[in-house]
Design a protein around this ligand. Structure first.
Ligand SMILES: [Zn+2]
Length: 501
């Protein structure tokens, strides 16, 4: 290999070891901040969540996770806060004790946890109450969402995630939750049991992520398997715990108990496998939205339509958090497709992006669909190509998220297009359309030279190139960045010129 490149490697390694020394000198809080920055990268992530706000969040869960550099999300029942003796009247479990507000604030401020809402009284949001048979009215259900958020806000907690008691949700409640919270964490019913897949593939679903119940009967080894999957595929793993006991946790799943020592084993293994810590709100791709007026709060700016009767600004609070007031009402036209065109957005062809949109499909006709397209333009505004993206033709409430990688280096601007195909019966609300730049990916090498998808070009990427040096029949994952078939000086130079980007 040429001398100049060897010199470059040497100087890059000097930088590398300086960085290592710098990281070593950082305090623990500095380390947690560094992790938070990395969470938008597409890397294996783990989220520890704990329902009901039991006293054991502070006494067991928080200190246990902290010793492995992890935090969690505590979903609090605001009306049960301060029930420090048992038996009590909390509907979640009258035999357990619940944190005080001061203790909740300790979990948040001393341990860096997220505090989310788990209603005001642990009511089933949509099903008949198992004791009384009473079903909440619409107003009562919305009050569970709004008042619990207000209770938390009154104690300085901005709750942006919500978990429903018993995982009891339907499309109507999901649309209501989406008005007040960025993230909905379900209970167990979205798990893909058929494939034993309890992980979330990028780009994950903010309103309906897969989760794993970790309770009596679930072994540490079962969770280790899910951690292995997360690591192998850059998945997000969301674990759901309830009470954590320092020994003698019941093996009966209905008691929702787990031993501290088993939680510690799970955290230790996740740390060993390099899973990045994320709370529930941070878990999803967040960042600067490049779409002008994607929340429609500024009315008729930033977008146009060729079907003003079928693509209509709605001001009736039918959108999603954080600005649900305005949205777009989409209806199908029997005779033609209807389009919403956003303004051109300047992008960089070397980056990767995620497009996120709130979509609430209220009715369908079996034919009509809401589809997303990305039109690509060059720097002079000449049309180049179109990428067809996901579409929805079912009644469903979701953040419809997808990945966008520019088709060529000529792409300098994009237009997001939302199409309602011709039909007689589709209606939907669209809101909070976002285009966000991301780093790293499990799908493509986003940052050129980031072979292992860590979000950075670093010594690991360099070692992949060097260990396959000169070999033929190589892939991107082997370090053949320019797809020449051989790992060679060009690949090495791509790693070096993008170092730590
Ligand atoms: Zn609960």
């Amino acid at each position: 290999m040429p001398r100049s490149i060897l010199d470059k490697i040497q100087s890059k390694f000097t930088i590398f070891f300086t960085v290592i020394a710098l990281i070593a000198s950082l305090s623990l809080s500095g380390f947690i901040k560094a992790q938070a920055i990395a969470t938008n990268a597409v890397v294996p992530k783990i989220s520890f969540t704990f329902d009901d706000g039991y006293s054991s969040v502070l006494s067991q869960a928080a200190p246990t996770l902290a010793s492995y550099g992890y935090t969690g999300t505590s979903f609090v029942i605001t009306g049960c806060v301060g029930m420090t003796t048992a038996p009590n009247t909390c509907a979640a479990d009258t035999d357990k004790t619940y944190m005080t507000w001061d203790q909740i604030l300790s979990v948040k401020n001393s341990y860096g946890w997220e505090i989310g809402s788990h209603t005001i009284d642990h009511s089933e949001l949509v099903s008949p109450d198992e004791n009384t048979g009473i079903v909440l009215t619409d107003a009562e259900r919305i009050n569970e969402l709004v008042q619990s958020k207000a209770d938390l806000a009154a104690h300085g907690i901005d709750a942006t995630s919500f978990a429903d008691p018993y995982g009891d949700w339907n499309m109507q409640s999901l649309a209501e939750i989406a008005k007040y919270y960025a993230v909905h964490r379900p209970f167990a019913d979205t798990v893909d049991y058929a494939n034993n897949n309890h992980n979330n593939a990028y780009p994950y679903s903010d309103l309906l992520p897969y989760v794993v119940q970790v309770t009596g009967g679930v072994s540490v080894d079962q969770i280790k398997l899910q951690i292995d999957r997360a690591k192998a595929n850059n998945y997000l793993l969301v674990l759901v715990f309830h009470d954590i006991l320092n020994g003698n946790a019941s093996s009966n799943p209905d008691y929702y108990e787990y031993n501290t020592s088993d939680l510690a084993q799970i955290a230790a293994y996740a740390q060993q496998q390099g899973l990045v810590n994320t709370n529930m709100t941070e878990a999803f791709i967040n960042g600067t939205n490049l779409v002008n007026n994607g929340s429609f709060e500024n009315g008729q700016t930033g977008w146009t339509t060729d079907a003003p009767s079928n693509v209509v600004l709605d001001t009736g609070n039918n959108g999603s958090y954080p600005s649900p007031t305005n949205s777009i009402m989409l209806t199908s036209n029997p005779n033609q497709d209807s389009h919403l065109f956003f303004d051109l957005i300047p992008i960089s062809s070397v980056n990767s992006y995620v497009v996120k949109s709130y979509l609430n499909v209220l009715s369908v006709d079996g034919t009509s669909q809401v589809g997303f397209y990305i039109d690509e333009y060059d720097i002079n505004g000449n049309y180049l190509s179109t990428q067809a993206k996901p579409s929805e033709g079912s009644v469903w409430v979701e953040m419809l998220n997808f990945n966008y990688v520019p088709s060529s280096s000529n792409v300098a601007q994009v237009r997001i297009q939302v199409v309602v195909t011709a039909g007689t019966g589709l209606s939907a609300f669209l809101d909070n359309v976002q285009l966000i730049q991301v780093a790293g990916s499990g799908v493509v090498v986003v940052v050129l030279g980031d072979i292992d998808g860590s979000g950075k070009v670093d010594a690991l990427d360099l070692s992949i190139v060097l260990s396959n040096w000169g070999k033929t029949g190589m892939t991107l994952a082997d370090g053949d960045l320019d797809a020449s078939g051989t790992v060679d000086a060009l690949d090495l130079s791509l790693v070096l010129t993008n170092w730590s980007n």
